[in-house]
Design a protein around this ligand. Structure first.
Ligand code: BGC
Length: 473
């Protein structure tokens, strides 16, 4: 731990439960491993907390993909619409243009039709502004929520996560909801749709550059990872050959109570007051949507115990979401961190002294460090599984990564990588920060699906229709 040596004894009892030893992380990793196997099982997946969703992405890019695509991206910080071109000659994905549309907070928990009409209207405006109205381009839809995919273009929402909770969407096909909304407008059309989780988009966007990229990981508003699993282990999908990308939805780890021993009272409080209590327990200990809240609750407790801010009763600290996750990154900056802490505490109207500033930084470090180490344990579990799957002494692989926490926090990535090396010593993992996985990656998935379509599903379809033609004759 970067600041462990300096931990003032006095705050130790409050922070200690958040400090996870390597042995504890190994233990968490072996629990997750059991969870992954349960999620893949034909008969056990219904009860599994870690959903292990088949994505129907059977191949990573091979560099022959090309064409123009539209991409939608819903589920991170913003909703975006993009026009993307995949250039085969230069092995490059080029973003032609993009537009951000705000999804108002009340729409995130409002009526289904209103949300999808908003999406269709943003897409319509964008298509018009790009003068693409007459064309029907294939569309990659990055929809970053757990979905049961039946095919690449049929995706049933299992549950909302993060800040979204529109009643009535769970259990329905998101592609149908989108197509219906586009039809209601009637002024443009969309071609084939490929549904993509952001982890998959991230893996695929890195995969164009580095063909050994077989894991995608997001540590942003939410957290999750996907990886290429052997088909023979994916018991829920027919076929034994090759691999398929599995969206683990590791955020749900712990929803069956399996993380109770490491959940602190602060985690329980964050969960209880969230819009989806009891679900995505692992995510709530890790991702950007929740880290600021955990810090706030710790600061509140320390001040109640008169260990901070001279024990002032502070209404500020009782205000949910007042301590933003980005403050953690700012306060942990190596050179400017303490100054940033002084500025932030002043802005929050807290009466602080120099000792307080250091304790606040320690609290931030403890919370972000736990998050990085838990992610490392989860990533190590996947890498170790892939190595054993393939019967290798050593696995060499690349992880495509994205998300504000990973990108913006000053030492998150370093701590994560260091811990993975300790927990998966037989794996050499290269980390590649994805360039706009949710946008370009979605286009890539669509492009690979189209490339493969020539080989597999279309062939399959042709054979099927040929056979039925024969029958009819
Ligand atoms: C969602 C995942 C997504 C992750 C990162 C989670 O809340 O369930 O589908 O990949 O956030 O955006």
């Amino acid at each position: 731990f970067s600041h462990q040596g300096e931990m003032p004894l006095i705050v130790q009892p409050v922070l200690q439960p958040l400090r996870l030893s390597l042995d504890k992380l190994r233990d968490v990793s072996s629990r997750l491993h059991k969870g992954l196997v349960q999620g893949l099982g034909k008969h056990s997946h219904h009860r599994a907390a870690v959903k292990m969703l088949p994505t129907f992405v059977r191949a990573t890019p091979d560099g022959t993909e090309k064409g123009d695509f539209l991409a939608l991206d819903l589920g991170g910080t913003n909703f975006r619409v993009l026009h993307v071109r995949v250039l085969q000659a230069e092995q490059k994905v080029v973003k032609m243009d993009s537009q951000i549309c705000v999804v108002p907070k009340d729409m995130m928990t409002g009526a289904t039709q209103q949300l999808f009409d908003h999406i269709a209207s943003c897409l319509g405006d964008f298509i018009a502004s790009q003068e693409l109205k007459g064309q029907t381009l294939p569309l990659g839809f990055t929809f970053s929520f757990p979905c049961e995919q039946k095919e690449i273009d049929k995706s049933i929402l299992i549950r909302w996560t993060k800040g979204f909770n529109c009643p009535g969407v769970e259990g329905r096909d998101v592609v149908t909801l989108l197509r219906d909304a586009v039809r209601r407008r009637g002024d443009y059309d969309i071609g084939s749709v490929a549904m993509v989780n952001d982890t998959v988009g991230t893996m695929m966007s890195c995969g164009y550059k580095d063909q050994s990229c077989e894991i995608g990981m997001i540590i942003g508003t939410g957290t999750n990872a996907c990886y290429m699993e052997e088909m023979k282990n994916v018991k829920r999908v027919e076929g034994e050959d090759g691999r398929m990308c599995i969206n683990t939805e590791w955020g749900g780890f712990g929803d069956d109570g399996s993380l109770r021993d490491i959940q602190t009272e602060f985690d329980q409080m964050v969960d209880k007051t969230s819009i989806n209590p009891g679900v995505h327990i692992f995510e709530k200990m890790i991702s950007g949507m929740y880290l600021g809240e955990i810090v706030r609750l710790l600061l509140l407790r320390l001040s109640e115990e008169k260990l901070l801010f001279k024990g002032q009763k502070s209404e500020v600290l009782q205000t949910p979401e007042i301590f933003q996750t980005k403050f953690i990154s700012e306060i942990e900056e190596e050179d400017t961190g303490l100054d940033n802490a002084r500025r932030i505490l002043t802005q929050l109207d807290l009466q602080w002294d120099e000792a307080d500033v250091r304790v606040v930084r320690l609290v931030c470090d403890t919370v972000s460090s736990r998050s990085a180490r838990l992610c490392a344990a989860a990533l190590a579990t996947i890498a170790n599984k892939m190595r054993l799957n393939r019967g290798l002494d050593r696995l060499q692989t690349t992880v495509g990564v994205d998300g504000t926490v990973y990108r913006k926090h000053p030492n998150f990535s370093e701590e994560l990588q260091l811990t993975v090396r300790l927990l998966a010593p037989e794996c050499s993992i290269t980390f590649l920060v994805s360039e706009d996985g949710s946008g370009k990656g979605a286009a890539m998935v669509t492009a690979v699906a189209q490339r493969l379509c020539v080989l597999f599903p279309c062939l399959h379809f042709l054979i099927k229709s040929y056979m039925s033609d024969l029958k009819n004759e």
